[in-house]
Design a protein around this ligand. Structure first.
Ligand code: GLC
Length: 606
């Protein structure tokens, strides 16, 4: 059940609400992307929030510039007529991941494998501290998605396929972000309500290859910076399931996808982000039954609902109709990244015409002001957390601990632990020595990206540090070792970084050139250990019998040295499988039976 309201806060909210004009109320219901807001408009319209979308970074991208940018927006909000502080939001889904030199933790799929609520709570608290050092007080996390179809590009944002475990992990994450009573923490945004992970393949209407002319003019897709690869990605499944239709019945929705919302509301979550997906014949943003009757009524949620990025625009070709439908369905704040004046003017017209009752506006603003007062931003609008906390050693040690605990051993035929003095150790694969590849999506850029995109230690760095000079380590990015023979070879393969629908894939086999590399290195060693860095289980049945050891490394983040800690036996394997691992594409989505057993089941980790 939701936490009881604070009488003092409620009185403060009412007192402020009564002073507000309609324009100021609608201003609070407006969140604008930081590249779109015009100087002076925050004060002029009383804008409630500014956000960074994926990759919405200051230039140069560093903690000090982040703090100067964010505090500049907050300071402008204090000069508005009523001086209501804005709150700045960003996707800090695995650390303050847009900010260079921040600590990047394993994505949720790895934290689920680690399975420790205490660890998740400590990570969330560290993330909140790094955010607050740069003035960011609203985290668009945790995702509480339950990925049913692993072809979904957001599978790595899920902790598990078990609603009870997702609830535990998410509640711990919310506790860590809030940090007691939220005045010394940040506002979590539990997302994406509801059933975002239950969409059916092929049901998304976001974009198709046939709509190529739309791609050119879509600023959000342009923000993905995939350039000429867009058509290639569409051909391998991009945007086939993300934002699609969840065709499950209400009983399944309530049993599988609602519980984490109840758990996080009970922990004090005061914001929920609504899903782009659809259920029950409506896109979620216009789904009044679930948004208002169930979430705000039956479940007693007294925080506020924020849309997803530009989501209102998807509801109807007529923007006025879309705005009326969404606000009346229960949306309280619109994440309107670009044309905020069109939204402000449209909603003002709808209220003046009586299509949106003032009582709905007052309810929305009451919820927003309640959250802001609970955060203490009226008393302390500017954070004083020292910048030195960003990327600090204790946080990096915490991330390294999380990496260790997330590694999931799926096969080990006397191959691990590897002796540090083993006669020559061969290490192969791009993924063994690339910070960007080990972090995955939502890192510095929306889609993430290969290369030295931020500070940290690669997996190879960690191996060299652990072994020192007790053994010769030979590294080859493409697995070329000529005639070398070694006792053990360690090959790191995996997926390229992606986010959201850009990561939807029709085929989850490992890329052919990586399978070829595994087979090449097989000739150079007695024992061959393979680690897969991926946001989800991938198909390994075509090569798993040819290797002696297999580790699911998930998406570990910046502290790759956590891998060596386990590889050489300084720490035991601890990660558990939380997803059913398909043997073939014929076993996707979850529960599809093709007559064969899955490759692995939850609980199969060694
Ligand atoms: C994105 C995502 C959502 C994110 C938001 C802001 O499209 O769906 O998870 O929080 O926009 O970046």
């Amino acid at each position: 059940m939701t936490k009881p309201l604070d009488e003092k806060i409620e009185a403060g909210v009412e007192q402020l609400l009564q002073q507000m004009t309609l324009g100021e109320k609608i201003g609070q219901m407006t969140q604008v992307e930081k590249n779109s807001i015009k100087p002076g408009d925050i004060a002029k319209y009383g804008i409630g929030s500014i956000l960074s979308g994926g990759g919405g970074n200051p230039e140069p991208n560093n903690p000090e510039n982040w703090r100067n940018m964010v505090n500049g927006f907050i300071e402008e909000s204090l000069t508005s007529r009523l001086g209501i502080p804005l709150i700045y939001g960003s996707d800090c889904v695995h650390g303050h991941n847009n900010c260079v030199d921040a600590t990047i933790f394993p994505h949720n799929v790895g934290l689920g494998a680690a399975g420790e609520t205490d660890l998740v709570e400590r990570i969330a608290a560290a993330t909140a501290q790094e955010m607050m050092a740069t003035g960011v007080r609203w985290n668009f996390a945790p995702a509480v998605s339950l990925p049913i179809d692993l072809r979904w590009g957001r599978s790595y944002e899920g902790f598990s396929q078990d609603p009870a475990m997702i609830s535990e992990m998410a509640a711990a994450y919310v506790r860590g972000l809030i940090g007691g009573d939220m005045t010394t923490g940040v506002l979590p945004s539990v997302k994406h309500f509801v059933g975002d992970g239950a969409a059916s393949w092929g049901s998304s209407t976001r974009i198709t290859a046939e709509q190529w002319e739309l791609i050119e003019s879509d600023p959000t897709l342009a923000n993905a910076k995939v350039g000429e690869f867009m058509m290639d990605l569409l051909k391998i499944g991009a945007w086939q399931i993300d934002q699609g239709v969840s065709e499950i019945d209400e009983a399944t929705l309530r049993e599988m996808h609602l519980p984490p919302y109840a758990a996080t509301i009970a922990e004090g979550a005061m914001n929920i982000m609504v899903s782009y997906s659809s259920w029950g014949g409506f896109k979620m943003h216009a789904q009044k039954y679930l948004l208002t009757d169930v979430l705000k009524g039956e479940m007693g949620f007294n925080g506020f609902l924020v849309t997803d990025w530009e989501a209102i625009d998807q509801i109807d070709d007529d923007f006025y109709t879309a705005v009326v439908a969404c606000i009346n369905a229960g949306i309280d704040m619109n994440m309107v990244p670009f044309n905020y004046m069109r939204y402000i003017e449209t909603l003002t017209e709808a209220v003046n015409k009586g299509d949106v009752p003032m009582s709905r506006i007052d309810d929305a603003v009451r919820r927003i002001l309640r959250a802001k007062m609970m955060m203490g931003v009226f008393d302390q609008p500017i954070c004083d957390t020292p910048l030195s906390v960003v990327g600090c050693e204790p946080h990096r040690e915490l991330a390294r601990e999380a990496v260790r605990k997330s590694l999931t051993c799926l096969k080990n035929e006397n191959a691990m632990p590897i002796a540090k003095d083993s006669a020559g150790l061969l290490v192969a694969g791009r993924h063994a020595h690339d910070i960007g590849l080990q972090c995955g999506g939502w890192t510095i850029e929306w889609m993430g990206g290969a290369g030295a995109i931020t500070s940290g230690t690669t997996i190879l760095d960690g191996i060299k540090e652990a072994v020192g000079d007790t053994a010769e380590i030979v590294y080859s990015e493409d697995g070329e070792f000529a005639g070398a023979k070694a006792k053990t070879a360690f090959v790191v393969v995996g997926e390229e970084p992606y986010a959201e629908g850009m990561g939807d894939r029709s085929d989850l086999h490992l890329a052919a050139d990586q399978v070829e590399m595994i087979r090449k290195v097989r000739q150079n060693c007695e024992k061959l250990v393979v680690m897969v860095l991926s946001g989800r289980p991938i198909i390994v049945s075509d090569w798993i019998d040819e290797v002696d050891g297999l580790i699911a490394g998930w998406l570990p983040g910046t502290e790759g040295d956590g891998v060596a800690d386990v590889l050489f036996g300084d720490h035991p394997f601890k990660g558990q499988l939380r997803y059913t691992w398909p043997r073939s594409m014929g076993q996707i989505p979850l529960g599809t039976d093709d007559g064969d057993p899955p490759q692995f089941l939850p609980g199969d980790a060694l």
